[in-house]
Design a binder for this molecule. Sequence first.
Ligand SMILES: [Zn+2]
Length: 112
Amino acid sequence: MLVSTIYVMDDNGTGSRYGFSTESLVNLTEEMVFDAIQEAIDTREEPFCQCDVCVQDIAALALNSTPAKYTRSDVDRYFPTPSELKEQARIRNIAREQVALAIRIIQKYCHH
Ligand SMILES: [Zn+2]
C-alpha cells in the first residue's frame, strides 16, 4: 500500500507550513561552515574539485558533523555575550576541522 503525505502550504502570512513563523531563526553553523569552505578555496595548497556538486557535498558532510547553533534575535547574533562568543569559537573550530575532513573524503570519490 502506498502511503503519501501531502503538505499543504498554509497561507497564514508566515510563508511557513507551520502555524508559526520561523523566519527570524538563523543557523550560525551554516555561515561558519560556508566561511570555512571559502577559506579552503582561497588558501588550501592542495587542490580539490570546486564544482557545485563537490562543494555542496563537502558542505552537507561538514554541516552534518558540526553542532547546529541557532539564534533568533539580532541582539544575540551581533552582540553576543562572552560565553556565547566562546561557544561560537568552539563551533567554528569544529566547522574548520569538519570541512578539511569532508574535502579529503569527497575528493576520494570525485571522478570528474
Ligand atoms: Zn567536482
